[in-house]
Design a protein around this ligand. Sequence first.
Ligand code: GLA
Length: 371
Amino acid sequence: MNSIKINRIVLTLILLLLIVSIGNSQENNPLLKNIYKNDFKVGFSVGWNRHLKDTTIIKLVAKEYNVFTPGNALKWTRLVNEVGEYNFSQADEMIDFAEKNDLKVIGHTLIWYRQTPKWVFKDENGELASKELVMKRMEAHIKKVVGRYKGRIYAWDVVNEAVDSKGKKILRDCEYQKIFGNEEFIELAFKWAHEADPEAKLYYNDYACFMPDKRDHIFNLMKRLLDKGTPIDGIGMQSHYNVYTPSAYELRETFELFKTLGIEVNISELDMGMYSFYDRKANQFADSIPKEMLVVQAFGYAKLFKIYKEYSDIIDRVTFWGTTDKTSWRNRRPFKARVDYPLLFDRVGQKKPAYWAVSRPEDWYLPYESK
Ligand code: GLA
């Protein structure tokens, strides 16, 4: 054989080896959206438009997912100024981004007692507005925003956090509750959103859904509204968790109860902080996070995803609230110096143990669990 022939053979062999190894590495590291393609959609949110400019991180993260929630851009205060003029530029930018990256869009959120302009609840004398006036404003807002993105926004969080967390009272004390005195504002919001885009899925979204009082209040409210024919397609469980709670038992109880409503149950804002809710001053990981804690978190995420898979018949989507630990809202809360590590990607965009646990939850089991 002459040397040219030998060179050719060697080159071909190298090429074949390369192709095989690329194939293998993709197989060993498939994207989350592919891993869960038979279970549910997997998504993420971006809090602020300036975060879209960090293109290295955004590209890395966006390819993992197939659904996207603009974290703030569609909230009432972000769309409207003090005199009620609309500016859709930030929301448009978010939605364009999603479409360019093949991501379905979740609209978040139409009616929420927070991040709503103060004037919505005031009359011309600065007093609490009448129910009729607030209804007019809600209807106009919902129809304008849902109508604008009709066909481009796949599902809406129509009402966010209207239910009280503890005790007998169902509705949270807020302006809507003060003005309406009952749950009619929730019912109307769904009706108007449905009129504006009959194809869009419509959700009720809330936090701490696994806590018994809150869980039962949400269940009873949904049941009553559904019995009246309100167009509600599902519940969004925000799921801002930590490494200590909730337990597998609490979660299963919640899914079992919500399942009986016959609607979707989605995970809409998932993250898992390193501190207990009850230690409001803790900040022991301000400088760095021990590897052991990252492993504890990975087990926590594996537990969640095993349960989510069990309920994949009612779960349409699991969305992580953010991209990396660096830009997560869990930093700076409940106080400015708090540093947290709640997501799957670390501060420089490296995959954490939590990522690997989510990608193969069945490999992460605790000694007392059966495989
Ligand atoms: C709630 C809201 C979200 C967001 C988070 C904090 O969960 O639903 O829109 O504001 O708080 O980031």
